[in-house]
Design a protein. Structure first.
Length: 74
């Protein structure tokens, strides 16, 4: 699955997705799942796990970034 197709699927699933280009010219999807408070919420953990599974099925890598406020998929 390509990033473009995965982006469409994630948008349909209700995620806040944007596509960025890193300094090494690699395209990544940035999926925001901000939370309030000192610790990630259950919903945040669920989103991170769901995104990891979707990325793995697509043959891509997912990394939680920014104290679990976003996930990068590349």
């Amino acid at each position: 699955m390509t990033l473009k197709n995965l982006k469409r699927a994630l948008i349909r699933a209700g995620y806040d997705v944007s596509q960025k280009k890193l300094t090494n010219d690699r395209d990544v999807l940035v999926i925001k799942h901000d939370y309030f408070g000192p610790y990630p919420t259950t919903e945040t953990w669920s989103a991170v796990e769901d995104l990891r599974k979707r990325a793995a099925r697509a043959g891509l890598t997912a990394e939680a970034r920014g104290h679990y406020t976003a996930t990068f998929i590349y």
